[in-house]
Design a protein around this ligand. Structure first.
Ligand code: ADP
Ligand code: MG
Length: 346
């Protein structure tokens, strides 16, 4: 009865996530002169005269973003905050406030929600952020958590996705691929358990990647490090969807071509043997895995000396005039990067 009168029915899958966002937001009008940056970056920027306010929202849905059969509730609360703070840090800003929206079915006792809030409070304390509001409602289909993070960005420090310049270096923090491999371990042990509930999950020795998946840390420290080094990124993004997809976002927003060296992508050593065990290619995992919550940014080549040798930062490529993104393989072949990684040609 309340269905739209528009008889056309386009399946969402036809557009994909980013296509859908574009479709829904193409007619968005800006009505306030202080909206300095709207849709299309990790966070929006509102001009406050002396500085920008950065605002970003993320929604986590049970069964889509997390599986409560192996995600501890406290970790879930912690991670929900990290996912959001990461988007504020990706603007080169400081996160200050969050609001938390939660929809929950009556399958959850009060104690379960209290555990989620323990994680949220811990994250707030560690990252110097205040929980200042939210909303709570019933849900018919499991648990949903939506967090909005608000931060402060100094005007001369703001790092948008669109600022990469010809000849810039491409840098990433930390290492990539761990979160995805952590998920593989958890999924494997879940299957083992479902087939034989007597079996104890075999998680020993995988602490690092499990933590990367279950309890990631947003890279506040990198924003502080860059400030200390007096390096201002020309562009920046957080790596939540996998390196490939994020490199393409920077390339598209900046109207530049990104070139990434396969042998420079920082991968934790423990991942190599695991990839063999799972019959996965480490580069594919790094490019398409996602959920690492590291920062990727570009800097002018003149800043190279300031970051050289820093153990938190790895130069993985360079920017050129042009479009799209390429992977320069170990045997020096040039392969065009696609959002979902690439096909490895031996
Ligand atoms: P991220 O991965 O950094 O969280 P997304 O890929 O989710 O970013 O979103 C890309 C851009 O689209 C962001 O600027 C985000 O605010 C905007 N966006 C996403 N969904 C919607 C929506 N339903 N309505 C308006 N803007 C949206
Ligand atoms: Mg982001």
């Amino acid at each position: 009865m309340f269905e739209s009168k528009n008889p056309q029915r386009t399946p969402i899958s036809e557009l994909g996530e980013f296509g859908l966002i574009d479709q829904l937001t193409k007619n968005t009008k800006i009505n306030n002169a202080n909206t300095a940056l709207g849709i299309g970056d990790d966070a929006a920027l509102v001009d406050q005269g002396t500085h920008y306010t950065a605002i970003s929202t993320d929604l986590l849905v049970e069964g889509v973003h997390f599986d409560l059969s192996y995600v501890p509730l406290k970790h879930l609360g912690y991670k929900s905050v990290m996912v959001n703070l990461s988007d504020i840090y990706a603007m080169n800003g400081t996160a200050e406030h969050i609001t938390v929206g939660i929809a929950v079915s009556n399958r959850f006792p009060v104690e379960a929600l209290e555990e989620i809030y323990e994680g949220i409070h811990l994250a707030c304390e560690r990252y110097g952020v205040d929980l200042i509001g939210g909303d709570t409602t019933a849900s018919k289909s499991g648990l949903l958590i939506s967090i909005t993070a608000v931060g402060r960005v100094e005007k001369d420090a703001a790092a948008r996705r669109s600022g990469a310049q010809d000849n810039d270096l491409v840098v990433v923090s930390g290492d990539i691929g761990g979160a995805y491999m952590g998920l593989q371990i958890l999924e494997r042990e879940k299957q083992v358990y479902l087939e034989n509930p007597e079996m104890q999950p075999e998680l020993n020795g995988h602490e690092y990647i499990l933590e990367r998946q279950l309890k990631p840390e947003a890279r506040k420290d990198i924003v502080e490090l860059l400030k200390g080094l007096e390096v201002r990124p020309t562009s920046m993004i957080d790596i939540s969807d996998g390196l490939s997809s994020e490199v393409l976002h920077l390339a598209k927003s900046s109207n530049m071509q990104f070139n990434i060296y396969e042998n420079k992508i920082p991968i934790d050593p423990s991942i190599y043997s695991l990839c063999e065990e799972f019959n996965l290619n480490t580069t594919t995992v790094a490019l398409s895995g996602g959920e690492d919550y590291e920062l990727m940014f570009t800097i002018p080549i003149s800043e190279h000396d300031k970051i050289k040798g820093n153990p938190n930062l790895t130069i993985i490529g360079y920017v050129k005039e042009g479009s799209g993104a390429n992977l320069i393989t170990r045997d020096e072949k040039v392969i065009e990067l696609k959002a979902q990684g690439f096909k490895h040609h031996e």
